[in-house]
Design a protein around this ligand. Structure first.
Ligand SMILES: [Zn+2]
Length: 41
């Protein structure tokens, strides 16, 4: 079951900022649809 979850996340498209279109760093502390530049000012 755990492997299925990993595969699921692998197949997800990269999260992209809705403001600037930049890829959102997964290490970001923000879990919104914007990158830290646009969201965490
Ligand atoms: Zn952005």
């Amino acid at each position: 079951m755990l492997e299925n979850v990993v595969e699921f996340f692998k197949n997800l498209p990269a999260k992209v900022c809705t403001e600037c279109g930049e890829k959102i760093d997964e290490q970001s502390e923000c879990y919104h649809n914007t990158c830290e530049k646009c969201n965490c000012i």
